[in-house]
Design a protein around this ligand. Sequence first.
Ligand code: COA
Length: 253
Amino acid sequence: MVDREGPLAFITFNRPKVLNAMNRQTKEEVLAVLKELATDDDVRVIIFRGAGEKAFVAGADVKEFADVRPMDQREDRRRLRYYETIAGYPKPVIAMIDGYCLGGGCELALACDLRLASEEARLGQPEINLGIIPGGGGTQRLPRLVGEGKALQLILTGDIVAAAEAKAMGLVEEVVPREELEAKTREIALKIAEKSPVAVRLALEAVRAASRMEIEAGLEYEATLFALLFATEDKAEGVKAFLEKRKPVFKGR
Ligand code: COA
């Protein structure tokens, strides 16, 4: 389900009967929506959320695991590039997490740029209980976010942690009471939506590169993107507005 709201697009996982577990169709639908929104300049920030009060996303749909053959699973994952598409999306993506955020749901949140949670959020990588391991980037993105020790603790025990503990380990950026989650998410998303979309895009590219680049190359990359922004109308407007003591009007050029 997609709801447009000015510069924001909310994508809602809407399978509440199975705690919004993602099956093949869910993933294909999300990818199709993301493809459409990528080229829509009016949309500045994407927000993922779950329908109902119980879950953000309780994981990949376990029913689909029943009779999958290993090579089919591997090829399918490579073809779909679901989590990779989210992690490399050209606009900021926020996970608005209320209730269960498990397995593939947690990996989806890890692929997002920001994770905002309610006090009722419950996060974890319980795949080990099914005799498997995270397969949507969890073994790679989780340690980068929370450190190897905490990542292994979650992945090896399959324990589900409450929002406060998730915040303490850096797994989510904010925790607020359930009734404030939407307002808080909107506030942060709208603040980002006001900035120069070109600067936002390059900030995303530079910071996302940090975890895959060695420091010297990363600093060179940052310097290049920084210099590139000096060629934009938005940079000229931003500096001019500051000197004229007014709010800038960014056009994304
Ligand atoms: N895939 C498919 N169905 C799922 C699901 C998933 N990942 N998570 C929950 N569901 C379904 C349940 O099978 C149940 O369906 P049913 O009503 O037809 O029996 C329904 O959602 C409600 O879940 P239920 O287990 O009854 O709720 P609960 O409050 O007792 O427990 C959880 C909630 C999240 C602890 C439990 O559902 C769970 O462990 N889910 C699986 C989580 C998981 O392993 N995710 C990783 C997959 S890789």
